[in-house]
Design a protein around this ligand. Structure first.
Ligand SMILES: NC(=O)c1ccc[n+]([C@@H]2O[C@H](COP(=O)([O-])OP(=O)(O)OC[C@H]3O[C@@H](n4cnc5c(N)ncnc54)[C@H](OP(=O)(O)O)[C@@H]3O)[C@@H](O)[C@H]2O)c1
Length: 303
């Protein structure tokens, strides 16, 4: 595959209707990539509506053959894999969809990449694979499925030409975020002046503004294009400055000038809540977070 050709770079993005994936697809489009997005049949395209006419949308029917067809049509230089059933909480009825999204879907994708000679994959992992700062300890079933897929990728990188960079993300926030994530909850509770029942708030959070996360995917893509990437690499995309939940709320109050109606201690800590965070990950060379927490909160408030 030529890297010096004149045509635009080609990307296939999974999870492009999600928060991080939609911001990534948008950035790639804006930077001149030819972007293909893989969605499911019921996926709601609202989050990519503003640039939907600038991407090629493929609807995956869940089958391995369907995945082969999509990778063949997209001919990606790089696959950005962000699709996931990404929830710490689950019901028994979530077991099958979680395995489907986090394990089977990924294996279908890797297999299709090999078949159609698309050999560069940027995968997405999570800090919650490292409960209590251990080399591997899943804080929840979701984290175990992320590890399962990383293990599957070890087979592909050892036995096939596939190259993988796995980016392990922590928390993130930014505009147009429909997820019930911490900064959103604080922001909503401030705007609506609605009481928010929280744990005692002594746990640490490592949180990044969405633009910095997207930078990490772009820097990873450059590692591939410049030939610097090894066969398999894993990086932590961390702010480097974790903050206690209580202090995060205080920072929000200072920046916004609003008092948060938080009821500290009204909820217990979650089972296997990460009180300390994983700090043993390798930093991604050439990437550094540029947005301070204060700037990010300001951007969120004014978005
Ligand atoms: N705190 C964090 O944000 C955090 C931390 C660590 C790691 N991560 C990882 O970062 C990635 C992006 O997270 P996010 O918060 O942006 O996720 P998100 O908003 O929950 O979006 C998940 C995306 O995955 C898609 N998806 C799920 N199962 C699929 C399947 N079987 N087939 C096709 N598409 C499927 C969803 O499509 P639909 O629109 O059809 O549902 C959606 O586009 C995920 O891999 C997540 O595990 C996130």
């Amino acid at each position: 595959m030529s890297l010096n050709r004149k045509e635009p770079r080609r990307a296939l993005v999974t999870g492009a209707t999600g928060f991080v994936g939609s911001h990534l697809a948008r950035r790639l489009v804006d930077n001149g990539w030819c972007v293909h997005v893989l969605v499911r049949h019921p996926s709601n395209l609202a989050s990519i509506r503003k640039f939907e006419d600038r991407v090629t949308v493929h609807r995956h029917d869940g089958s391995t053959e369907g995945m082969f067809d999509i990778v063949k049509a997209a001919r990606p230089d790089i696959v950005f894999h962000l699709a996931a059933f990404s929830s710490v909480r689950y019901e028994p009825s979530d077991i099958v969809p979680m395995m489907q999204s986090n394990v089977i879907f990924g294996a279908q994708l890797a297999e299709a990449m090999i078949r159609h000679e698309a050999f560069r994959l940027i995968n997405t992992g999570t800090y919650s694979q490292h409960f209590e700062n251990k080399p591997y300890s899943p804080s929840c079933l979701y984290a175990a499925t992320k590890q399962a897929f990383e293990d599957i990728l070890t087979y592909y990188t050892e036995a096939t030409p596939l190259q993988v960079i796995t980016l392990k993300l922590f928390d993130n926030y930014g505009p147009d975020d429909p997820r019930p994530k911490i900064l959103n909850l604080l922001h909503r509770s401030a705007k609506e002046n609605k009481p928010l029942a929280m744990s005692p708030g002594e746990q640490y959070i490592d949180i990044l503004y969405i633009d910095d996360i997207i930078d990490a995917y772009e820097v990873s893509a450059e590692r591939f294009f410049s030939g610097r990437a090894e066969k398999s690499e894993v990086y932590a995309v961390s702010s480097g400055t974790p903050i206690k939940l209580k202090d995060l709320a205080k920072t929000y109050e200072t920046v916004s000038g609003r008092k948060l109606p938080i009821q500290w201690g009204a909820r217990p800590y979650r089972e296997r809540e990460a009180m300390i965070l994983w700090d043993q990950g390798k930093p991604l060379p050439g990437w550094v977070a540029k947005t301070t927490l204060e700037e990010g909160i300001r951007k969120l408030i004014h978005s």
